[in-house]
Design a protein around this ligand. Structure first.
Ligand code: CAA
Length: 240
């Protein structure tokens, strides 16, 4: 029977490419979204992938949503914690709300997404936890003290989960995308974006499909021994 994958923030941007790529590989896919009903409905219409609305920053909502997905689509074998936001500001201007919103969504959101599916993965002796981190979690970024903290935190999460899950057939890995052509990057002021592209040896932004390719690789049954790792996909902008 086909395995089931859950992708948070899976109806737009990198998440949409991940959902579609997993479906193309034959997985049953469910995608979550936070607020944009119109984009989610359009996504389902175009792809046939079911979408579910909940706020990953809320544990109870996440748990209830995951129970619904498991009842309607199947027990979750692959979880892709992709949902994330930015609230960029130089540190001297960053507000406690900008800090908290990003921590709650990007970091606590990973806990809230993985924790409810973890017991089932342990029982079934199979699981794939894939967390979408960022180049900016590896190198830091001007105006992203909050975001970089969460994305660096992702790397600690997967390295710890990898050790806990290894004997239960569960792997946990992170992907660190560089600058990818999505709405999030397009929201950066054009002058700043041009200067960022100038720092990418590939000379271009990445495509969401190039990150989705990393996910399908990590999701497969054959990737069992790849555990606790970080895959960087950034056009040679930064090496760890
Ligand atoms: N490095 C050094 N200096 C920088 C800088 C940088 N990367 N970016 C801006 N600055 C400087 C500006 O030149 C300006 O300098 P001056 O004071 O000498 O003019 C100063 O910092 C900006 O000061 P402002 O008070 O004008 O800043 P602001 O409050 O208007 O904020 C900003 C502007 C939010 C920093 C805006 O420039 C911005 O959005 N920058 C992009 C941040 C970024 O790269 N975010 C990544 C988003 S994509 C993503 O997160 C996806 C992923 O995972 C890769």
């Amino acid at each position: 029977m086909a395995r089931t994958a859950l992708v948070t923030g899976g109806s737009r941007g990198i998440g949409a490419a991940i959902s579609k790529a997993l479906k193309a590989e034959g997985y049953n896919v469910a995608a979550t979204y936070a607020g944009n009903d119109e984009a989610a409905a359009k996504f389902t219409e175009e792809t046939g992938i079911k979408t579910y609305k909940w706020n990953v920053a809320d544990y109870d909502e996440s748990k209830a949503g995951i129970e619904k997905v498991e009842a309607e689509v199947g027990p979750i074998d692959i979880v892709v914690a992709n949902a994330g936001i930015t609230r960029d500001a130089p540190f001297h201007k960053m507000t406690p709300d900008q800090w908290k919103d990003v921590i709650d969504t990007n970091l606590t959101g990973v806990f809230n997404t993985v924790h409810p599916v973890w017991p089932g993965m342990r029982e079934r002796k199979f699981g794939r936890v894939i967390v979408i981190s960022s180049i900016n979690g590896q190198k830091g970024q001007f105006a992203q003290v909050n975001y970089a903290a969460t994305k660096a935190g992702d790397l600690g999460i997967v390295k710890s989960l990898a050790q806990e899950g290894a004997r239960a057939g569960i792997t946990a890995n992170a992907i660190c995308p560089g600058y990818i052509a999505t709405e999030m990057v397009m929201a950066v002021p054009e002058k700043v974006r041009e200067s960022i592209i100038g720092q990418i040896p590939a000379g271009r932004l990445g495509e969401p499909e190039e990150i989705a390719r990393c996910v399908t690789f990590l999701a497969s049954d054959e990737s069992q021994f790849i555990n606790g790792s970080t895959i960087s996909a950034n056009g040679a902008q930064f090496f760890v």
